[in-house]
Design a protein around this ligand. Structure first.
Ligand code: FNR
Length: 366
């Protein structure tokens, strides 16, 4: 069997293959953060389509942590109840449901991408957003939103919100929790010296800048059952070589710290913090970062970015560059990417049929 199609056990969770749906915002709630039929069909299709892990989009742990008013949220029991039928369906297909727990920090309160992705001021239906250091905010696009520097109560509030969101994720039936600490959102804003100019315990040294993430992870691990895996998505680098910024060496050190706190897999993305980033693109563009973390630490890693072909994904696992492969845009083009991988990588039609949904087996070429 191809390595991509082999199972992976993390704690007591068995993942049926190494293919994960990368978290992708759908901006498809009715401005209340509750999951809709869109989420059921969108995530459900990818479970039918053979993904080993179906990860939700960035799901806000508190209302002001949403990127737009239409983001998914998990800040009340009602939110958990709306997600429950989705996790049940994913599980029924043999896939593992995961939830990405997020806080957008100073990249919150925007319009949707198809509305321009521009900041929404409080008098336009937006809200005051949280930032480690307002003066350091690099406007990625458009005007600045109304910023509020995180004080001690805000910081404790974020930690508490992550803890409560994890408890609710469990009630909703998720098997994997992923803390979103990448792409210039709140936790990454604290990690990077570009956006964190604080002079208290949460800014300055590596230890101080990583403190909020470590406290969040500790709170989540505290309530997330010992038998269930915990992931953290990081930006492996800010792609800003010309200034003091977050880089791969710090990411490797962080990965070790997170593993000690009970994190099972580091999902290695990159960038998203500053408009002057010089990020590469194309096939496997972030894989070297994942590989560095995997080779330099004892923690499992996920590779993401520019992975579009089953053979390509299989080679990443086979050659020890990653433990799982997260696929984003290709899963938008082809919800059945997982079934395609089985078809491409298995030789025996019976083996293919076995890994396809029973309802679809007559479509396997024999
Ligand atoms: C994303 N991405 C993303 N990342 C994340 O951590 N949380 C999120 O909610 C989102 N939302 C999102 C929406 C859409 C429409 C896209 C296309 C992307 C990034 C995504 O998970 C992935 O890391 C990148 O797209 C790179 O992988 P691919 O697309 O090259 O496979």
């Amino acid at each position: 069997m191809a390595d991509l199609l082999s199972t992976l056990s993390l704690r007591e969770t068995e993942i049926p293959n190494r293919i994960a749906v990368s978290p992708m915002c759908q901006y498809s709630c009715k401005s209340d953060g509750l999951a809709t039929d869109w989420h059921q069909v969108h995530l459900g299709s990818r479970a039918v389509g053979g993904a080993g892990i179906v990860m939700t989009e960035a799901t806000a742990v508190e209302p002001r942590g949403r990127i737009t008013p239409y983001d998914l949220g998990i800040w009340s029991d009602e939110h958990a109840a709306a997600l429950e039928p989705i996790t049940e369906f994913i599980r029924d297909q043999g896939s593992v449901p995961g939830i990405q727990l997020a806080h957008a920090g100073h990249k919150a309160s925007k319009t949707r991408p198809w509305e321009g992705n521009v900041p929404k001021q409080p008098d336009e239906g937006g809200w005051e957003v949280l930032s480690p250091s307002p003066s350091a905010y690099p406007p990625f696009d458009g005007d600045r939103p109304a910023l509020c520097k995180a004080d001690a109560d805000d910081i404790q509030g974020v930690i508490d919100a992550y803890r409560a969101a994890s408890e609710r994720s469990l009630e909703a039936g998720f098997e994997i929790a992923e803390v979103h600490a990448a792409h210039g959102y709140l936790l990454h804003e604290f990690l990077s010296p570009v956006t964190n100019r604080r002079t208290d315990n949460y800014g300055g040294s590596f230890e101080n800048r990583t403190r909020l993430l470590r406290e969040v992870v500790t709170a989540v691990r505290d309530v997330w059952p010992a038998e269930k895996p915990l992931f953290v998505r990081i930006s492996g680098t800010d792609w800003l070589e010309v200034r003091e910024s977050w880089n791969i060496e710090q990411s490797m050190r962080l990965a070790d710290d997170l593993a000690r706190l009970g994190v099972d897999l580091i999902d290695v993305s990159s960038g998203g913090l500053h408009p002057e980033q010089e990020a590469p693109g194309g096939p496997n563009f972030q894989v070297p970062l994942a590989e560095r973390v995997r080779r330099g630490t004892d923690v499992a890693v996920g590779a993401v970015g520019g992975i579009t072909e089953p053979q390509q994904a299989d080679a990443l696992v086979r050659n020890g560059r990653a433990d799982i492969v997260l696929v984003g845009r290709e899963f938008l083009r082809d919800p059945y990417f997982g079934l395609r991988a089985v078809g491409d990588l298995e030789r025996d039609p019976d083996d293919i049929a076995e890994q396809w949904p029973v309802q679809y087996r007559r479509a396997v070429n024999k």
